[in-house]
Design a protein around this ligand. Structure first.
Ligand SMILES: [Zn+2]
Length: 384
């Protein structure tokens, strides 16, 4: 059966706005993403992509994944209906309450669709994955544009209905989501992100595997700056092996497109359309349904990478590829040093099994553990 995708959207998502202040996370992002959806609709045969209204919902549903006191605090701030900075990155505005209400409703709708086996994409704002149990997560320096965590909410609700995996390919670590489920053994979280030693939010090292009963269910795959399609192709093989072991019924995706080459100036990466198409295809073929939530992506990533991801989810036969990009030797060295730690951390806890080739290959890589520890300390000194 041909795969389908329901895009959940409402203009209220534009109401969360920095106004005249220049900020990368602004409503203009949705213009680019909506144009991408229209482009795929004109490309894909039949009615395989449909845009549906994201319904309104009650913010109290977020009590499932956040502390109630935190949700109450957010609601109180939103009721004042004025523009305000909550930290150096994260703002609220007059209309944020409308946007978050649609995010709550869209999350509930996405769960209903997933239970029917239908894939969905919440094209909403503000983003989710840096919002932890009570705001700032895992000692990160800020909430990174996020207020309430829809990704975690959807994963938490779906976990009552089947096996759940969260996959986060935004270029930043999904520290909020990871913190929320850190001791939860039922939710696998695979997070692909740029080296936390040199980038926001400074969390998500391979040794961070969860705690208590959850130990071994959190996987942090670290990529270096300027990583290209070759490194991301290797990442994809690892993700595939992890998902084949976990066998999720539902996959909830923190879909950020900020690792796409040239998307933004915050993190410089060199990933092309190939990775986004392939991961879309991989996720959709490994679960009954995939629910994606828009995280980062600030310019061209929301055009080219987002379209390629939808094409992959739908399983379209082909998509306009970017020419393949290659990573330099330094990037490969950093990646391999980290990969060895990732594989060792997975094998240590035994919650996920990996093919022998991956274990052997990682074992053969020379450890750079001392250097990695030094880097970690240096960054911690820098941000705290
Ligand atoms: Zn990001």
């Amino acid at each position: 059966m041909a795969r389908r995708l329901v895009v959940l959207y409402h203009d209220d998502f534009r109401e969360h706005s920095p106004g005249s202040v220049k900020h990368p996370e602004d409503p203009g992002r949705l213009d680019i993403a909506l144009k991408s959806v229209a482009d795929v609709i004109s490309y894909a045969p039949g009615r395989r992509v449909a845009v549906r209204v994201a319904p309104r919902g009650d913010l109290n549903v977020f009590n499932k994944v956040h502390d109630q006191a935190y949700v109450e605090r957010v609601k109180a701030i939103l009721r004042s209906r004025k523009f305000e900075w909550l930290d150096k990155d994260t703002y609220v505005s007059r209309g944020t309450i409308k946007a978050l209400s649609r995010l709550a409703g869209a999350s509930q709708k996405a769960v209903i669709l997933a239970l029917r086996g239908v894939n969905s994409f919440i094209l909403g704002r503000p983003p989710s994955h840096h919002a932890g149990r009570s705001g700032r997560a895992m000692r990160a320096p800020s909430m990174g544009f996020c207020l309430l965590n829809a990704t975690a909410l959807i994963a938490g609700v779906l976990a009552a209905h089947g096996r759940v995996a969260v996959v986060d390919f935004d270029v930043h670590h999904g520290n909020g989501t990871q913190e929320i489920f850190y001791s939860n053994p039922h939710i696998l979280h695979v997070d692909i992100h740029v080296d936390p030693a040199v980038s926001y939010p400074g969390t998500g090292y391979p040794g961070d595997v969860g705690e208590g009963e959850g130990a071994g269910t959190k996987v942090n795959i670290v990529t270096p700056h300027m990583a290209g399609d070759d490194i991301y192709g290797d990442v994809l093989e690892l993700v595939e092996a992890i998902l084949s072991s976990w066998k999720p019924d539902y996959i909830v995706v923190s879909a950020g497109f900020d690792a796409y080459r040239g998307d933004n100036e915050m993190v410089l990466m060199n990933v092309g359309t190939r990775f986004y198409y392939n991961i879309g295809r991989l996720l959709a073929s490994n679960a009954r349904a995939v629910v994606s939530v828009l995280e980062g992506g600030y310019s061209i990533g929301l055009d080219r990478a987002f379209k390629a991801y939808i094409a992959g989810i739908l399983g379209l036969r082909t998509w306009p590829w970017d020419p393949p990009s290659h990573s330099g030797n330094t990037a490969w060295r950093t990646y391999k040093a980290y990969k060895r730690l990732v594989v060792a951390s997975i094998l240590k806890h035994g919650r996920i099994s990996l093919p022998k080739e991956i274990a052997r290959e990682a074992e053969a890589l020379k450890p750079k553990v001392r250097r990695y520890r030094r880097r970690k300390r240096r960054y911690r000194r820098y941000i705290f």
